[in-house]
Design a protein around this ligand. Sequence first.
Ligand code: ZN
Length: 253
Amino acid sequence: MRRSLIAIAAISLTLATACSKPSAGEVEKERPAALGGAAQETQASAESKGHSDPEGELGEGQAADDTLVSLVNKKHPLDKAYVPEDLVPVDVPTVLDNPEVNQLRKEAAAALSKMFDAASEDGVKLYARSGYRSYKTQEALFASYSAREGEEAANRYSARAGQSEHQTGLAMDVTSESVSFQLDEAFGETTEGRWLAEHAHEYGFIIRYPQGKEDITGYIYEPWHVRFLGVRLAASVYESGLTYEEFVGEGIE
Ligand SMILES: [Zn+2]
């Protein structure tokens, strides 16, 4: 499993980054062309190798897909032209008007719905703030943060185009009314943030940028940013207590 994940990392699209805090330019609708990169050609998938997905954790009728477990970060960026082919609107409460960011890949969107429903049953109300972001949207966002706070500062919490995990269509920034629907570190200490940290893996997501792991992930603590990996893999990463970089043996440095 580890070996196959490394293979994936090596060939994986390109990576990007973390979230981006607040508002700014989460607002474009451009969509580059098709999938770039070799990810499709390899079959070193953690999910496909050795696992037959007996419980259907990968989603109904879906074949295992390497791109679902791609490591994307500052060292492993995504191709400029990469756009997931199965983006769908999320069916959960959202914050922003831009339809682009209210999308995820099909399997991730379905898992997000299950997770939000489960939270709701526990009396916890979650909101989806920013999911898929195109290369161009990320480019505009990073430029806006850089102009405001300087490139170095921006690089700690936002991603350069191609280096954002949001371009994979597998990452979502989750927020709550208790933090005014913003992306704030304080979210981690709220009822909603604690619920997310405790249960995300049960639905196939991990808290991608844990506290104290900036040197490894390349990003500050982002209790709001979850990444879909499928239930089995997310649970393994959660139980390992490692960042995804450490789990696949590929840090950013
Ligand atoms: Zn994010």
